[in-house]
Design a protein around this ligand. Sequence first.
Ligand code: HEM
Length: 328
Amino acid sequence: MTSLVYTFTSLILIMFVSSFRVIADTGGAGLQDNYYKSSCPPAEAVVKRVAVANFTDPSDPRGLRFAAGLLRLSFHDCHVDGCDASVLLDGPNAEKTAEVNTFLTGFEIIDKAKAELESVCPGVVSCADIIAYAARDAVIALNGTSFNVQGGRKDGIVSLASRAQAQLPSPDMTVTELTANFARKGLSMDQMVILSGSHTSAASHCPSIVRRLYNFNGTGQTDPSMPSALADRLKALCPKNTFNDTVIIPLDSLSFSFDTGYYRTLQIHEGVFTSDQSLYDDQRTQPLVNLLTNNALFQAQFGQAMRAMGRVGVKLTGEIRRDCRKVN
Ligand code: HEM
C-alpha cells in the first residue's frame, strides 16, 4: 500500500513537472556516454579513484570541500565559452585569475587525474572530460545520485579573465538576470533553478556576500528582504570593511549533504545570496523550488541538467592537452 501511494505520488509529480519546461535529455551534441570504452577503458575509473582519494585524504582536513570545489569548477568551465577546460589554463590573464574565480579549487586534483591518464592512455582523455567526470564523482561523494556523463569534448586554447568575469553570474543577480545569463548558454530557467541545487553542498566566503549585507544595490544598506536574524548572523561572521577570506558560510543552512536542504533553506528565507533566495521569492520559479524539495525528483533532474550543462559550447575538434595547465 505504501509503495502504491509512493508510486502514485511520484506519477503526479512527474506529470506536474512535465508541465514545466524541465529538460528532456536531447542527445549528445556529438558527445557520447562511455566515450572512452575502447580508446581508454579505465578513464572514468581513474578520475573517480583520484578524486575520491583526495576527498578522503586523512592528511588534508578539507576533504569533501574538494568535492564541492570540483562541482563548481565544472560550472565555471562550461559557462565560459563552453566546456573546454579553459578554466584550467595558467597565465597572467587566464580565467582562473578573474575575481569571480577567486575561490575556485580542485585544480590539483584534475592535474593528478590527468597525469595518471597520460601514463596509461597518452593523448586520449581531454581535460574538459576529466572535469565533467570529476564533477559527477563529487556529487556521488556528497551523497547525491550518480548520472551518466558524456565524453568527447576537446580542450580549448583561449582563456581570458575578462571573459569569465563577463559570462559568469553574480550572487547579486535576480531571477530575470539569472534567466538571461543561462539563456545565453542555451539553458532554461528551470535548468538554472535545478543546477542552483548544487548549492546544497556549497559554502561562500565573505567577499561574495558583503554587498548584500552592507551595500545592497548601491544603497549603503542591507537587503531589506533579508530576515534580520540572518543578517545579524552573517554580519557577525563578516564584519563591515574587514576583508576575510577564511570564514566559510554554508549556502544550505540545513545540511552539507547533497540533498534538498538548499531548496528548504530558501523556503525558510535563509538563502544567503540574492541569486539563491530570489528563486523562491520570484513567483515564476517558486513552484519549481517547492517541487524540488522532493529528493527523488531533485536527484533525477539534477543529473539531467548536468548532462545539459556538459554540452554547452563543446568543441568536437581541437586538441587534447598533455598538461591541463598549458596548451600543447
Ligand atoms: C545560478 C547562478 C550561480 C551563482 C550566482 C553562483 C555563485 C556562487 C558563489 C558566489 C559561490 C561562493 C564563492 C565563494 O565565495 O567561495 C558559489 C559556490 C558554489 N557554487 Fe555556485 N553559483 C551559481 C550556480 C552554480 C552552479 C550551476 C553550480 C554547479 C553546477 C554551482 C556550484 C557551486 C558550488 C559547488 C559552490 C561551493 C564551492 C566550494 O564550496 O568550494 N553554482 N556559487
